[in-house]
Write a protein that binds this ligand. Structure first.
Ligand code: NOJ
Length: 535
């Protein structure tokens, strides 16, 4: 059975935020040649797939998620030739490369929008979502931007509003116009022809809006913090027609050999599952972000894992995400003590794991001085910047103890500051320490890559009798593994004899990887995770 699995099912995805990974030319911003220099490192992590946040030409109002040309590389990151070289080198190492695709909106500097806004009768007018003002002159409806303020901006020249659910420089395309979809499929083709292995599709669940653009109702459960959450987004997101668009994208991918699409979707399970497609003909992987938002306790996590497993459609392949460039750092969310437990969970659950750069060395949120805050939701909403600001999780990768942490040459002003502790917490230092987080991460990914039970096996929860310990088995054929994770601060003795007599230690968060234990008396210490092979 494992032979029939695809690379995107068995392998680990690693997200690179190109601005922050490695600066090769000393301008303080990471680039493609920088990634090329670090490919050996990435290969050493036993990563199968690299996903790059956007590298396209962009005025960078949303750090590349405002695309001005879908078929080129921003000079900050390099050239198309650099890209081709990097892709070839990635493939030569047996790894895959997935690009971010941002189809919901363009930059306001994209030629399509420049034309569209030039006059009401321009042929591209209908490529975007333009509407007359409300009778009082205000926006056409009450929709809000994720980044603060209304989702509409008035264009003086043509006296209409255009829609944008992010910054105002990110006008939204109109997928009710079939020409728009064709143009986006052409952009995908451009990269697929170059050999790209797939796409992470930005805000795929937002791509079509209600045809009548109706007002959204207030959310009575709103906690009063983030204004965007004050409305129930029943008309600006997750519309039935979006599935036609996704199916068209999938058909294009399927016309190539073994390519894939992972969709960014923040929805509850019942809605999320529809993005596999009724005939599994939409996203190969609809991103599952539940672990990011979950309350970090063993029983909550067990319940959500069990529920997700139960909700998957037949044949739908699971996936798990622990962090990304929009979220607070993993080690900050769960606490540095729990970061190894969290990684053991991510890398031993059933389904494709996605890791975020730097989480393998336990990078934490970096406080950004006020005068260096750049992220639009934080700039627009200073009072909730500590909640919605994303700069703290996007800081330069910490490679070594040299000035600028090996990310950029000494003396260069990096686009975001490095963490204060970079001289201690960095790749070079952790390479030297046999029990470091980095070695732990690598041991875990190595085991996962070579163990069918872990990359393909069935999942079953195990009752441990202890609230703060979550345990489960992963089985494939005769091979059975047991994962025991202590989410808490207690020392516990577990009686797991129902699973057999003895087990061999495959890996522990403390870096034990040999010896065996009796299952009738499994001792687990605070913040400890055990990966055991049942014998
Ligand atoms: C989701 C991306 O992950 C985020 O970084 C971006 O700001 C928005 N989409 C808008 O493209």
């Amino acid at each position: 059975m494992t032979d029939s699995l695809h690379w995107w099912q068995t392998g680990v995805i690693y997200q690179i935020y190109p601005r922050s990974f490695q600066d090769s030319n000393g301008d303080g911003v990471g680039d493609l040649n920088g990634v090329l220099q670090r490919l050996d490192y990435l290969q050493s992590l036993n990563i199968r797939t690299l996903w790059f946040s956007p590298i396209y030409p962009s005025p960078m109002h949303d750090f590349g998620y405002d695309v001005a040309d879908y078929c080129a590389v921003h000079p900050l990151f390099g050239s198309l030739a650099d890209f081709d070289r990097l892709l070839a080198a990635t493939h030569a190492r047996g790894m895959k490369l997935v690009l971010d695709l941002v189809p919901n909106h363009t930059s306001d500097e994209h030629p399509w929008f420049v034309e569209s806004r030039s006059s009401r009768d321009n042929p591209k007018r209908d490529w975007y979502i333009w509407r007359d003002p409300a009778p009082d002159g205000g926006p056409p409806n009450n929709w809000l931007s994720f980044f603060g303020g209304p989702a509409w901006t008035f264009d003086e020249q043509t006296q209409q509003y255009y829609l944008h659910q992010f910054v105002k420089q990110q006008p939204e395309l109109n997928y009710r116009n079939p020409a728009v979809l064709q143009a986006m499929l052409d952009a995908m083709r451009f990269w697929l022809e170059r050999g790209v292995d797939g796409f992470r599709v930005d805000v795929i669940w937002l791509m079509i809006k209600d045809a009548l653009l109706r007002d959204e109702p207030a959310d009575p459960a709103w906690d009063g913090v983030n204004p965007h959450a004050s409305l129930q987004h029943i008309y600006s997101a997750d519309q039935p027609e979006v599935h036609d668009v996704i199916r068209a994208m999938r058909r294009l991918l399927d016309s190539y050999d073994d390519r894939m699409m992972v969709g960014e979707i923040y929805l509850p399970n019942d809605r999320l599952m529809t993005y596999y497609g009724a005939a599994l003909d939409e996203c190969h992987l609809p991103f599952n972000f539940q672990l990011i938002n979950a309350k970090w306790d063993a029983q909550t996590v067990r319940r959500l894992v069990d529920q997700y497993e139960a909700d998957l459609p037949p044949g739908g392949w699971p996936n798990w995400v622990m962090g990304n460039h929009d979220q607070h750092r993993l080690a900050t969310r769960v606490g540095p003590q729990q970061a190894r437990v969290a990684n053991m969970l991510l890398l031993t659950l059933r389904g494709t794991p996605t890791c975020y750069y730097g989480d393998e060395i336990g990078m934490e949120n970096v406080p950004i001085p006020l005068d260096r805050v750049q992220d639009p939701p934080a700039v627009n909403q200073p009072e909730i910047a500590h909640i919605v600001g994303r700069d703290p999780a996007r800081t330069p990768m910490q490679w070594d103890a040299s000035p600028n942490g090996g990310f950029a040459p000494a003396g260069v002003r990096t686009w975001l500051p490095l963490a204060d502790d970079y001289a201690i917490r960095n790749v070079a230092e952790q390479e030297r320490q046999p029990t470091s987080m980095l070695h732990f991460f690598r041991a875990l990914t190595a085991l996962r890559a070579s163990t069918p039970a872990l990359y393909a096996g069935a999942y079953a929860p195990v009752d441990t009798g202890v609230d703060e310990v979550f345990a489960y088995t992963r089985s494939h054929g005769d091979e059975r593994y047991l994962v025991v994770l202590n989410f808490g601060q207690g020392n516990h003795r577990l009686d797991l004899r129902a699973l057999g007599e003895r087990a061999a230690i495959a890996l522990s968060t403390g870096m034990l990887s040999s010896g065996d234990i009796r299952l009738r008396q499994v001792y687990i210490t605070p913040n400890e995770g055990l990966l055991l092979r049942l014998i």
